[in-house]
Ligand binder design. Structure first.
Ligand SMILES: Cc1ncc(COP(=O)(O)O)c(C=O)c1O
Length: 372
């Protein structure tokens, strides 16, 4: 058996290479390389796909969060809630606005932000500085948005859904990232819908917010060389939009294949001493990552699979409250036990759409061999 990587983009791109080459060639012919026609077309594709009024193409998923927060008016001195267990960018984007992240522990079953944790953080917020919350739809399934929106309305919080890993998933029949004030998306190449470089999107149903986003992403100008506000260079490249337009057509079928692979793993590993993903009835899961959980450290299984040529990853080995870069916030080990435990007992195995049946079987058998 050949080595099995966590993701093999060559297999994904191969069959649609001709279509993508033609789309890129068209951009080269037109030479409108930044915010060109394909960006506007891709924005309207995303609006239709997600059933959202406005979609604003930006430079990447991190900037998408930062721009959404900036459009909410988040500023230095404010605080923003986010899970302690997510990719750095969620909290990095908060810090980029000058605000402080306030970490919240996760739910042990879904790995998404804990609603009780949000309520506790708000109770402890004596100066009433918390102005927004960022639920992250980690691994590809949605946080419980109804519960989060209820808390947000009560406490007058803005909600930015970090949909970097869940583009195409659905919460109660509606696309991820469309329930809050904003949904931020990443099209990092390894995402289920990935560009050929960095790209991102902010979604919103508010016309005035969409206007602000378009101004903020483009150096704060509405008319060229007249700058209304202090903005950023966070525009989307036309070539990325052209690639993404082609790939969007295939996203649902790729996600379906990931779901079939995940269901296969679930069936094959059921009844064994290992925990497969829990998917609540309010959300679908698009399995950006398929996460397994052990009763103790995941290191043994990771080493065993590595020996078998199966690549795995830990998302994420160190929760954010324990990262050096966030020391200034004053957290310590033990503050978020559920996040800390998840960081040492979980692992992601390959689940990408192009895995062959024999590769799926090989992965399952290698895990079973370890558990025996
Ligand atoms: C949860 C989460 N938030 C934000 C980001 C940032 O996206 P990008 O890499 O496009 O800046 C990522 C992915 O990289 C992510 O996984």
């Amino acid at each position: 058996m050949n080595k099995i990587p966590v993701l093999d983009l060559k297999k994904q791109i191969g069959p649609i290479r001709g279509e993508i080459d033609a789309a890129i060639a068209k951009v080269i012919d037109n030479t409108n390389f930044i915010l060109g026609q394909e960006v506007r077309d891709f924005e309207s594709d995303v609006q239709k796909y997600c059933g959202v009024k406005y979609a604003v193409g930006v430079s990447n998923g991190t900037d998408a969060i930062k721009l959404a927060l900036a459009a909410c008016g988040i500023k230095p001195g404010d605080k923003v809630l986010c899970p302690a267990f997510t990719y750095y960018a969620t909290a990095g984007a908060i810090a980029a606005t000058g605000a402080d992240p306030v970490f919240v522990d996760i739910d042990p079953e879904t790995y998404n932000i804990s609603a009780e944790g949000i309520t506790t953080a708000l109770k402890n917020d004596e100066g009433k500085k918390i102005k927004a919350v960022i639920p992250v739809h980690l691994y590809g399934q949605c946080s419980d948005m109804d519960v989060i929106m209820k808390i947000a309305v009560k406490h007058d919080l803005k909600v930015v859904e970090d949909t970097a890993q869940a583009f195409g998933a659905e919460y109660k029949g509606k696309k991820a990232g469309t329930a809050g004030d904003f949904g931020s998306v990443s099209f990092f190449p390894g995402k289920n819908l990935g560009a050929f470089g960095d790209a991102g999107m902010v979604m919103t149903n508010s016309e005035s917010a969409a206007d602000k986003l378009r101004i903020l992403r483009n150096q704060g100008n509405k008319d060229k060389y007249y700058h209304l506000v202090l903005g950023f260079n966070n525009r989307m490249d036309t070539i990325q939009a052209a690639v993404l337009r082609v790939k969007l057509k295939y996203l649902d079928s790729w996600n379906k294949k990931r779901q079939q692979n995940a269901e296969y793993f679930n069936r094959q590993l059921s009844g064994l001493d290992i925990k497969t993903p829990f998917v609540p009835s309010y959300t679908t899961h698009i399995y950006h990552q398929y996460i397994l959980r052990l009763n103790s450290s995941s290191k043994g299984l990771i080493g065993h699979l590595q020996g078998k040529g199966i690549d795995t990853r830990v998302y994420y080995p160190l929760p954010l409250h324990m990262q050096d870069c966030f020391k200034y916030l004053g957290y310590k080990e033990g503050d978020f036990p559920v996040s800390e435990k998840a960081s040492t007992t979980t692992l992601a195995i390959p689940v990408y759409p192009d895995l062959a049946q024999e590769e799926l079987d090989y992965i399952v058998n290698s895990i079973k061999e370890f558990l025996r």
